[in-house]
Design a protein around this ligand. Sequence first.
Ligand code: ZN
Length: 153
Amino acid sequence: MKHPVKTILALAALGCCSLTAHAADKTCKLEITGNDMMQYDKKELTVAKDCTQVELTLKHAGKLPATAMGHNWVLTRAADASAVASAGMSAGAAKNYVDDSDKRIIAHTKVVGGGESTSVTFPMSALKAGESYTFECTFPGHSALMNGKLVIG
Ligand code: ZN
């Protein structure tokens, strides 16, 4: 009797877990483009409530190198955005203008130059419904123009 019981339990476990993982896994993809005129092409990005993960791709459609017109994408609560941009400037180019130890940063990409792209994936659990979120470029001088809202909708 030992063997059949084991088999049934193994099948039950397999059924349960693979089904759960499949149903719960929804990676939502977002895309934003920066250019040589210090602009993002979007002022607002929306993620659906039922996403489990968000994959953001940042493209640089310009021609200027990262040292002159680099762009990154940094996500914080709206209230933290300007302080995070200042801290990023102090962190410097070698750190992609991001202070890695800064707990206010929810997600960020590296800095890219013209023709390059990069992406970052973060869990939806990092976001709370009802909170306001801002994304911005923390390359020195860019955040005043390069920013927008991330909306959970
Ligand atoms: Zn920028």
